[in-house]
Structure formats: C-alpha cells, structure tokens
Design a protein around this ligand. Structure first.
Ligand SMILES: [Zn+2]
Ligand SMILES: [Zn+2]
Length: 317
C-alpha cells in the first residue's frame, strides 16, 4: 500500500503529557488556555450498540478544554446573548443559552458554513434548526454522560471534528439548508408568526400545540399515531415549522417524530435520548376538544417530569 495515499493521514492522535482534548472539536490543545478553561465531564455508562446494551460503569471523569478557534466562537455566542439580552432571557438562563449557541456554532466547524447571529430572529432560527445536530457533533457528547462504543479516552482528533460521521454531517447540512430556506421565506415576504390557517379545524400545532408559527403545513393523522386512544375518525389540522421539519426527516407521524420534536424544544441532543423518554408522548391534536393551544411548545405535557427523567438518565439540565 502506498504511504502517500490520503488514507494514511491519521484521524486520531495520542494525547501526550498534560495535553487535553478540545471538548468541542476534539483536537489536542496546548498553550495558555489549556489550564484556564477546563471542564470535567462525567462518564456514567458505556454504549455497546452491537450487543444492544448500555453498560453502567463506575463514574469516571474526563477533563476537556477549548482550542483557540472554539474559544472565539464561545465569545461570539456570549456577545450575541448579551446583544439581545431581553430576547435571550426568554429562552433560558444566560449560561444555558450560551451553551446551546456554542453547540450551534459547532455546525460551522462541521460544515464550513458561517452561521449568522446578528438579530434575535437569527438566534432563534439557529437554535431551532441547528441545536440538535450541533450538540450531537460536540466531542464531549461522545463521552458524557454515555461514552460511545468507538470513543477512546487518551486520544484526540488530528483535525477538528474528525469524529463526526457522515450521518451527522448530513444532518448538520440539512439543518443549515432548513435555516437558509427559512431565511429566504422571511426575506421574500416578511412572515410574522401567526395561528394556523383560518379554515383549519384546530388552533394549535397537532404535534407541539404551539399557537403561532411562521409556516404551517396541513396534516391528517390518526389519534393513535398522535399518542391518543384509537378512534375511527382521523384528526385533521396543521403542524408548525419545527414539526414539519421533523416529519420531513422521520417520514411519518408517531412517537419517534414527536419525541424528536419534544427533545429539540427542550434543547436535548443526545442521540440515545429519544429512547430515554419512556412515556408515551401525546401530540396536542390528540388532547380533548377545547384544550387551549400552547404559548410554548409541548406545554400540554408535564415537561418538568420529562426533564426529571432525562436528568436521571442522561444528566440533562
Ligand atoms: Zn476545538
Ligand atoms: Zn409544532
């Protein structure tokens, strides 16, 4: 075999001495930031997908830091949150929103395409479309709370984001495409989030129940696929922009699509987390007639209980 073929370029390198991996892109970091910006991750379990089991291991910690380019992105995330403070505070605490934006900006590293954060609308669109792929692409997600079967402690990426597989790269590109599409829609004729079309039978999204969205798409679904009791009559109505993106991806209405939309609304990205929600999720469309539409997505569910379950299983906030 020729030693000059591109395949001979190493994907991973051993971490030497006191060097730490960047928790975002996974490269080995040296220099002044090394000790200043250290986060201790907790590894609670190891995945064995081939055996179909997740082995609980004694908790171990893994120190990660940030490389200089990722530090600059963190500063951008902070600056965006501070620039639109009143808006950002509606999304959650400052550190929570900064964390999520930092994950969103990881998509830049994966795709090589810049993500704009120059208006509140940019912020919410980027969080909506890129949050899941961004968080899944983080190096630290491969270790905490569950160590992926192919993730090894003590090695780093030879190039940033080398650990990101083809599926996830595609998901990141799809998220960016959706983001750009939503921007085009918004510049073509400014769409202001509004309720479902006037002739729609329901006043909220059949999935998340939200009362306003910039885009609505008609949907007919069985009560059963929406998590309700079987009934002869299907439910007709509309779904919001997030719901239609998720459905385009998953392909059909059901627990998988609803859990994915729910986790996205909760800002959860772990790849195993759709299984982690053990409860049967009910789409808003399967709730009794007269259930008011939601001001925030999935508010008809006991989100605190779901967060509690996720916290136990996955260390989610
Ligand atoms: Zn990095
Ligand atoms: Zn919805």
């Amino acid at each position: 075999m020729s030693t000059t073929s591109p395949a001979a370029v190493p994907v991973a390198v051993q971490l030497k001495g006191s060097l730490l991996p960047c928790g975002i892109c996974g490269v080995s970091v040296s220099g002044p930031h090394l000790q200043r910006d250290v986060t201790e991750l907790t590894i609670s379990a190891v995945d064995h997908p081939r055996l179909g089991v997740r082995e609980l291991t004694p908790q171990r910690s893994l120190a990660v830091t940030r490389c200089a380019p990722r530090r600059r992105r963190l500063e951008r995330a902070r600056a965006a949150v501070d620039a639109f403070g009143a808006f950002a505070s509606r999304l959650g605490s400052r550190s929570f929103v900064v964390d999520r934006l930092e994950a969103v900006l990881a998509v830049e590293g994966v795709t090589g395409t810049a993500v704009g954060l120059s208006s509140p609308r940019d912020l919410s669109a980027a969080l909506e479309r890129l949050n899941v792929a961004g968080a899944a692409a983080l190096w630290s997600t491969r270790f905490a709370p569950v160590q992926a079967s192919d993730a090894r402690v003590g090695v780093a990426n030879a190039v940033p984001f080398a650990h990101v597989g083809d599926d996830l790269r595609q998901a990141a590109r799809d998220g960016l495409a959706a983001l750009l599409r939503s921007r085009l829609l918004r510049t073509g004729s400014v769409t202001i989030p509004a309720g479902p079309p006037a002739d729609s039978a329901r006043r909220g999204c059949l999935l998340c129940g939200i009362e306003r969205s910039d885009v609505w798409e008609a949907l007919t679904a069985s009560t059963r696929s929406l998590g309700g009791r079987p009934s002869a009559e299907p439910i007709e109505g509309d779904i919001c922009s997030v719901g239609s993106d998720v459905l385009a991806d998953v392909g059909f209405v059901g627990q998988k699509a609803m859990k994915r939309a729910l986790l996205s609304a909760l800002g959860v990205a772990h790849s195993f987390a759709t299984d982690a929600v053990e409860k049967t999720i009910r789409g808003w469309g399967s709730m009794p007639d007269g259930t008011p539409a939601n001001r925030s997505p999935w508010a008809h569910l006991d989100l605190e209980a779901i967060r509690r379950d996720l916290r136990e299983i996955a260390g989610v906030r």
